[in-house]
Design a protein around this ligand. Structure first.
Ligand code: NAG
Ligand code: NAG
Length: 447
């Protein structure tokens, strides 16, 4: 009887995506199923002049198919290779899906966004085989010394949506941006870009977005939240040779609250998690960084409110409060060069209520590591206690022996050498595991 009640409860909970966490305050994802959309109308780009010959421009046929199916239907890009020469803005759809089973190769050279989806509701972008996606051939730009080419995919003011089971490869600039989107779910994705800054994986801002089971390879943002943002859950993230995850960079009028990162595995990245700003104002509050594993990274936890003097903003500093960091394990590249805890808050806006719980990391080289805090209050490591919240200079604690229980699992398939930046990057398959021991929430559609 008890078992029955439990399994009935689980079955009930599993149909409510928002039930998995308190971070999300609404349901997320499309409102209408793929099959219901398909039974209303299906518009294959092949019927609008597209050819899977990696040479005919997919742009005009895609726009025509979208116009025919945008008020309820599925736009299909069947498997095969397509050349996209003219970037497309797909604006104003409702109850529609884009089934991307093919691979879209960049064939044009304009800036902007290869695929820009805006003002849509009840939208789903997916590959039914988990093999579709976009190949930006960014290396061609990069070999010429430029990182200013097009971005691959941008969603703007899209509501009740999902993006899943696609790969995004080698963007000339950013891979995937969600700008002012709400009620979204993003999952089962592999993003693989060049080994260089400026090639962000996922940047997201808006409200009620669940990003889970995503792998990013690049050398800039892995999955990063920007302002304004609220009610985001980001979990089972594999930064497999990346810049690492972050919140920021932040400027004036920052408004970020109720953000949770959970189960983040970071390998060979610039940091495991960063909050970055320099000046600015506004607030970041109620943020949780739970269950992080790192290996081979430069920084680990890196809150830096004096980050990059090039991007100094007006203001005394963004006020950070109620930040909980718990269950971090693993190793960092060099704990004496870059210690695993850096909490450098703005003297003009000291951080309050930062909590470090079960944080045990150790250095991979040398025999010491440091923790550094500045103008930061709370409990754990070098944080100051009390409630006067006055500014203080950097204080550093050096540790000469490993904390107990620091060791943590590695992922079997960690990338051993980078792909570089100026040679072509192979299209990956989407992995079936994104964090040691965690099972992805949804099976790959193509499995
Ligand atoms: C498609 O064309 C691009 C050049 O525009 C080329 O780099 C790529 O290898 C081609 N893809 C396939 C599968 O032939
Ligand atoms: C990590 O990245 C490398 C290179 O992209 C890849 O070979 C490996 O399969 C990735 N790991 C997983 C689990 O996808």
């Amino acid at each position: 009887m008890r078992l029955y009640v439990l399994s009935a409860l689980c079955a009930f909970l599993s149909v409510l995506p928002d039930a998995v966490s308190g971070q999300l305050t609404t349901s997320v994802g499309p409102l209408t199923s793929r099959s219901a959309k398909a039974s209303k109308r299906t518009c294959s780009v092949l019927d609008y002049g597209a050819r899977a010959d990696n040479s005919t421009d997919l742009g005009p046929p895609l726009l025509a198919a979208f116009n025919a199916c945008k008020s309820g239907g599925v736009v299909q890009i069947p498997s095969g290779n397509y050349a996209l020469e003219t970037w497309q803005t797909l604006s104003g759809g409702n109850a529609w899906a884009l089934q991307l089973d093919g691979m879209i190769y960049r064939a044009g050279t304009a800036g902007g966004n290869m695929l820009f989806i805006e003002h849509s509701t009840d939208f789903e972008l997916f590959s039914s085989t988990s093999r579709g996606g976009m190949q930006g051939l960014g290396y061609v730009f990069h070999a010429q010394g430029s990182i200013t080419g097009p971005r691959l995919l941008r969603l703007y003011e899209v509501t009740s949506f999902s993006v899943h089971d696609i790969v995004l490869v080698d963007a000339p600039a950013f891979h995937f941006v969600m700008d002012t989107c709400t009620r979204g779910e993003v999952y089962n994705m592999a993003i693989r870009g060049g080994d260089h800054g400026g090639l962000d994986g996922i940047d997201v801002w808006g409200d009620n977005i669940w990003v889970h089971d995503v792998e990013v390879t690049n050398k800039d943002e892995c999955v990063t939240v920007k302002s304004p943002a609220s009610n985001m859950l980001i979990e089972n993230i594999y930064c497999n040779w990346s810049g690492g995850c972050a919140i920021g960079s932040l400027g004036t009028g920052t408004s970020i609250s109720n953000i949770e990162y959970n189960n983040v595995y970071t390998w060979s990245s610039n940091q495991m998690m960063m909050i970055k700003s320099n000046g600015g104002d506004g607030t970041v509050s109620s943020v949780t960084f739970d269950n992080f594993i790192g290996h081979g990274n430069a920084y680990s936890l890196d809150i830096d409110q004096y980050w990059s003097s090039e991007s100094t903003q007006a203001g005394n500093g963004v006020q950070l409060s109620d930040i909980r960091v718990s269950n971090w394990h693993g190793t960092e590249a060099s704990g004496s060069a870059r210690g695993p805890i850096r909490i450098i808050c703005a003297d003009g806006a000291p951080c309050t209520s930062i909590t470090l719980v079960d944080f045990a990391m150790w250095t991979e080289s040398g025999s010491s590591q440091w923790y550094a805090c500045r103008s930061a209050y709370g409990t754990g490591a070098c944080l100051h206690s009390g409630s006067s919240y006055t500014s203080y200079a950097v204080s550093t604690t050096t540790l000469g022996s490993a904390p107990t229980g620091y060791s943590a699992a590695t992922m079997a398939a960690d990338l051993k050498t980078a792909f570089g930046f100026t040679t072509s990057i192979p299209i990956p398959t989407i992995p079936t595991s994104f964090y040691p021991g965690a099972t992805p929430v949804s099976k790959l559609l193509g499995s």
